[in-house]
Design a protein around this ligand. Structure first.
Ligand SMILES: *[C@@H]1O[C@H](CO)[C@@H](O)[C@H](O)[C@H]1NC(C)=O
Ligand SMILES: *[C@@H]1O[C@H](CO)[C@@H](O)[C@H](O)[C@H]1NC(C)=O
Ligand SMILES: *[C@@H]1O[C@H](CO)[C@@H](O)[C@H](O)[C@H]1NC(C)=O
Ligand SMILES: *[C@@H]1O[C@H](CO)[C@@H](O)[C@H](O)[C@H]1NC(C)=O
Length: 169
């Protein structure tokens, strides 16, 4: 009788242990976080917790991750155009009847993209300059116009005493 009672009590105890064991279970996923951008890409997240119910009395923990991610893709953001720095000034040269130096810039730093704005202002800049005369002996006539409109050109002047007045040169 005593042995049977002990066996029954042992079985009852084991059953109560088995029954008290609680496996963890996930809550439902939360809603996705907002995709709070108007352009470009970001990530949305959602989460859940192992509290539905939580694991207890040596029950198994929830499997898997508590966080989930998904990409949120929008139109690419506009990129406004931007000028490069100005180039250095060109050599002084005669264009359109006056001596000028030129410098340039381009709208590629970066170029406009995805409906971004164009660069504002001019891509070329001029300033007048003094065309340096060649060295020589005086007295001289007026300088002729330069033979070249860019790079290196040649200007003439003549000795007034030999060739006559400047008006004839
Ligand atoms: C786990 O939780 C989900 C969501 O609340 C529920 O649908 C499911 O029945 C639960 N499972 C168990 C074993 O508790
Ligand atoms: C946004 O995602 C798209 C598609 O995956 C990709 O082609 C693009 O390069 C991404 N843009 C940025 C700014 O990360
Ligand atoms: C959990 O398991 C350990 C080791 O198997 C045991 O010692 C402990 O009594 C158990 N706890 C419960 C509450 O079942
Ligand atoms: C515009 O370009 C200049 C010259 O390259 C650079 O220094 C500057 O950082 C750029 N600005 C922007 C907003 O890209």
């Amino acid at each position: 009788m005593g042995t049977i009672l002990i066996i029954i009590l042992t079985i009852a105890l084991l059953q109560s242990e088995v029954q008290s064991k609680v496996d963890g279970n996930w809550t439902d996923w939360s809603t996705w976080s907002a995709c709070a951008i108007t352009c470009g890409n970001t990530t949305q997240t959602r989460s859940r917790a192992c509290t539905n119910p939580p694991a207890a009395d040596n029950g198994t923990d929830c499997e898997g991750t508590s966080d989930d991610y998904q990409p949120c893709l929008r139109e690419p953001c506009p990129v406004d155009g931007n000028w490069t720095d100005w180039s250095s000034w060109s050599a002084c040269s005669v264009t359109r009847g006056s001596a000028t130096k030129t410098r340039i810039r381009t709208c590629i730093s970066p170029p406009p993209a995805h409906k971004g704005t164009e660069c504002e202002g001019a891509s070329e800049d001029y300033k007048s300059c003094v065309h340096k005369p060649c060295r020589g002996w005086g007295p001289w006539s007026e300088w002729s116009s330069c033979s070249s409109t860019s790079g290196v050109g040649i200007q003439h002047r003549k000795g007034l005493g030999i060739l006559g007045p400047a008006s004839q040169v």
